[in-house]
Design a protein around this ligand. Structure first.
Ligand SMILES: *[C@@H]1O[C@H](CO)[C@@H](O)[C@H](O)[C@H]1NC(C)=O
Ligand SMILES: *[C@@H]1O[C@H](CO)[C@@H](O)[C@H](O)[C@H]1NC(C)=O
Ligand SMILES: *[C@@H]1O[C@H](CO)[C@@H](O)[C@H](O)[C@H]1NC(C)=O
Length: 491
């Protein structure tokens, strides 16, 4: 038994090294340097993206709880319009503005005659005070203002119009809603104490109203999707979007949610957040302050469960999920880098201590537990953040099933009115990795050392951990020690 396990493990590792080497040039998930502070909306240049400009290119931002880093691909230098580009439309209701009072809007790629729609909410954390909003305005203006938005965007991953990149949804009507309200898509105030508007929840409603003449009224399926803060936005808005669609279409459309990397597990002790954990406390504090500043609209059903002043808990997926009506599919890396950062863990792979490793394992276990009763979920045991708008999203698998396939199975089950947990035979959509260690899934994206930017694999990481611990005369604990022992014995 032990021997079999060992060979399996070694095989797995070898596979991983091979596949990571293969991919190393393709995937770049380099996370910016160590001095990032969780709550400071410091924005850095995206290592993959391109500078925003008049030529229709869009940069994505790398920053805590942030945004899809590869949310759109660049458009070539010349001003050619491709049929697959999405075009910018500003909202008709001039009350629905970005933080700085400029009109909010959406990018649309129509697929006339198609009765399926996907609306994607962009991510990018939030700001919750005069200081944090002013800093954000300086460093990430496009997340607070439409004044410099390009006229077109190109979708990637599930928003791509290319069949090879997006086999099941390439011909949907696609709506990309840029995030310019800095309120986790929850706000409803035109002029806050600090002078900025926070109208995230209003913007979503107005986008849908403006899509009525474009045909959303005839929709059969509307998928509300989002990554990171956009994923949290899906959780918070989906039921009210479903109500609005019901009102507009007399119940012909089914509204479904797709939440990518927006499922955050909150502080363990919900009554009194444990403030010995300063970072988690800081996040909770930011959410509390923010909800007040933004006049945050939370789903009634969730709010009812909490006393006044405790409604902030509805920001955390596991609390909110229980009260939701609409069908939801969750995409969540088990070692989501932003969840780790919330718990004050910077995955610094070259200098990781056994203690950090154990904390990471614990968070992964908690996350896994929180997903157990969610019927539709795709959770690879990897370090990463966001997935559905990465152009290589087809490459990642859980138990041999890719995300597009799992989503397809989920949609089929909804069509058939069947909702067993395992899904239709041979078409599963409850997919949580069972392998034991962080980044143990052989399809995980290549790790990059944060300091050197060099690609690493988990084998290097584990060996290094072992060497450091030996230097310090420490024996690794728990799973790590088992893993190391197996590696040692296996040569
Ligand atoms: C747009 O592209 C042209 C060359 O194709 C370049 O000269 C110009 O600087 C670009 N503009 C911006 C704003 O990037
Ligand atoms: C925002 O607030 C106004 C009242 O100020 C209310 O009529 C409206 O329904 C609210 N919008 C949302 C999306 O909750
Ligand atoms: C699915 O269930 C709904 C009611 O829950 C029903 O109206 C509809 O006809 C069913 N669809 C199929 C394909 O069975």
């Amino acid at each position: 038994m032990m021997r079999m396990l060992k060979s399996l493990l070694i095989l797995m590792m070898v596979n991983e090294v091979l596949s990571q080497n293969k991919r190393a040039n393709k995937v770049n998930l380099k996370v910016p340097a160590r001095n990032r502070k969780l709550l400071q909306p410091k924005v850095e240049e995206d290592p993959v993206g391109v500078k925003e400009g008049l030529n229709g290119t869009v940069s994505s931002l790398a920053h805590p709880l942030v945004a899809p880093r590869v949310s759109t691909t660049s458009v070539p230098q010349h001003n050619i319009k491709y049929p697959e580009d999405m075009k910018l439309h500003f909202l008709k209701n001039t009350m629905a503005t970005c933080n700085d009072g400029t009109l909010a809007g959406y990018y649309l790629r129509e697929s006339k005659g198609n009765k399926r729609w996907i609306l994607f909410l962009e991510g990018g954390w939030c700001c919750y005070s005069k200081e944090t909003c002013d800093v954000r305005y300086k460093s990430a203006k496009r997340l607070m203002s439409s004044s410099e938005w390009p006229t077109t965007r190109r979708g990637a991953g599930i928003l791509s119009a290319r069949q090879d990149e997006n086999p099941h949804w390439w011909n949907l009507n696609v709506v990309f809603v840029p995030y310019c309200s800095s309120d986790l898509w929850s706000g409803n105030v035109s002029k806050s104490q600090n002078g900025y508007a926070f109208l995230g929840s209003v913007i979503i409603q107005e986008v849908i109203r403006d899509l009525v003449p474009k045909g959303i009224k005839q929709a059969k399926v509307v998928i509300l999707a989002g990554s990171s803060a956009g994923g949290a936005g899906v959780l918070m808005n989906i039921d009210s979007v479903a109500s609005l669609m019901e009102e507009l279409t007399a119940d012909t459309a089914q509204v479904r949610g797709l939440v990518d990397s927006g499922w955050f597990i909150g502080p363990k002790n919900t009554k009194q957040p444990d403030c010995s954990d300063a970072t988690m406390c800081a996040v909770t504090d930011a959410i509390k302050k923010g909800l007040k500043l933004w006049n945050g609209v939370l789903p009634e059903k969730c709010k009812e469960q909490y006393n006044r002043g405790d409604e902030w808990q509805c920001f955390y997926g596991p609390k909110l999920y229980k009260t939701m009506k609409s069908p939801i599919f969750l995409v969540q890396w088990l070692y989501d880098e932003e969840q780790l950062r919330m718990e004050n863990i910077q995955p610094e792979f070259r200098s990781m201590t056994a203690n950090q490793w154990n904390n990471i394992e614990n968070i992964g276990r908690e996350l896994k537990k929180s997903l157990r009763d969610v019927p539709a979920v795709f959770a690879p045991a990897c370090f990463s953040h966001t997935l559905i708008t990465k152009s290589n999203w087809l490459e990642f698998q859980v138990k041999g099933v890719s995300l597009p396939r799992a989503l397809h199975c989920w949609e089929k089950s909804l069509q058939d009115n069947r909702s067993s947990r395992t899904g239709i035979r041979g078409c599963p959509y409850h997919l949580i990795d069972n392998c034991q260690w962080p980044h143990c899934n052989p399809t995980c994206p290549a790790l990059h050392d944060h300091v050197s930017g060099q690609a690493m694999n988990i084998l290097q990481l584990v060996l290094q951990l072992g060497m450091e611990n030996q230097k310090k005369g420490l024996e690794p604990k728990g799973d790590l020690s088992q893993l190391m022992a197996m590696l040692r014995n296996g040569g």
